[in-house]
Design a protein around this ligand. Structure first.
Ligand SMILES: [Mg+2]
Length: 321
């Protein structure tokens, strides 16, 4: 079977954390309300150190810990670890968790009281970006089997975000991250409804309208229109990330374009960073940014563990049913 490039695994998880740490200082600010970012400054609502990241990366590391310890996607263990983060600060940069989103908090409270595996609400208005922001661990662990990766990305979203639009944003980003890990060129990744030959995943389970429009290439026309009504939507974060990836040629230029959109800048940066980090690799991320990231040794260890896991698994085969 094909051996995947460890550089891309490290780039994906480090890129996620860099995007989070870069955008968090301007989170909740509209463009024009802040000096455009050109580097890693820290500060913001959480008074972050330069390179310190938030809930997005903490939850990604909880997921990476679960996948690498269990060797498979284990829904309950994911939720146990997410809850440990929220209640005890597990995988946080601080002694406590900070920055939890409302939909994630609701799902974790439900898990705490019921022990159910899939606690994400399914209403259309709950299709926020809280599962998309850390979905990268699934395509990294299952890059050897694109169909399974896309299926499990949906399951991973349902832990906290069960709305179909949030699930589909995770499925589509997962497809692109697997493609980047497998060495597809940007021009191949950004075709309409990127798919793998003969897998037909988007025919078997069609994307919801908003995600389908993005998959069709609407991000090539410009960044999303963001307002108080939609700034936490998974669709907005996916659109912004793909626009930044499409319209620039380096990790750096794309990330600066995305975080300077403001609003939910950390999560849009995180979504961009997962894909662009997998595509450009660890070496494509400016060293002055990756070099100050909190717990970077832990992030790299998890990237290597997920890389080892993907090498161990069976070769890709078409999913049945
Ligand atoms: Mg955050």
């Amino acid at each position: 079977m094909k051996s995947f490039d460890k550089e891309r695994y490290r780039g994906c998880l480090l890129g996620l954390a860099v995007g989070d740490a870069m955008g968090a200082p301007v989170e909740m600010n509209e463009p024009g309300m802040f000096e455009p970012l050109s580097g890693m400054v820290g500060g913001g609502y959480f008074k972050l150190l330069p390179g310190e990241w938030t809930d997005d990366t903490a939850l990604a590391l909880c997921s990476a810990a679960s996948l690498s310890e269990k060797g498979i996607f284990d829904p309950k263990d994911h939720l146990v670890k997410f809850l440990r983060w929220w209640r005890e600060g597990y995988m946080s940069t601080r002694s406590e968790a900070f920055g939890i989103g409302m939909v994630t908090a609701g799902a974790l409270m439900r898990f705490e009281s019921t022990g159910e595996d899939f606690c994400g609400p399914t209403g259309e208005k709950t299709a926020s970006n809280g599962s998309l922001m850390h979905i990268a661990t699934v395509p990294l662990a299952y890059a050897h089997n694109p169909c399974e990766a896309i299926h499990l990305a949906a399951e991973a979203s349902r832990l906290t975000h069960g709305a179909k639009e949030a699930i589909d944003a995770c499925r589509y980003l997962t497809s692109l991250i697997v493609g980047a890990i497998r060495g597809y060129h940007k021009s191949q990744l950004l075709v309409s409804h990127f798919d793998y030959d003969a897998l037909d995943v988007w025919q078997e389970d069609a994307l919801t309208a908003r995600i389908a429009h993005i998959a069709d290439g609407t991000f090539k026309d410009g960044p999303p229109a963001i307002s108080w009504k939609n700034y936490t939507d998974a669709a907005v974060a996916l659109h912004a990330a793909l626009w930044g990836f499409y319209s620039t040629d380096t990790f750096k230029d794309g990330l600066l374009s995305v975080v300077n959109l403001g609003w939910d800048a950390d999560t849009m940066g995180t979504v961009y960073g997962q894909l662009a980090g997998a595509y450009y690799g660890e070496g494509g991320i400016p060293a002055e940014w990756s070099g100050v990231i909190s717990k970077s040794d832990t992030i790299i260890s998890f990237a290597d563990a997920l890389h080892a896991l993907a090498q161990k698994e069976r070769p890709a085969k078409k999913r049945v049913g």
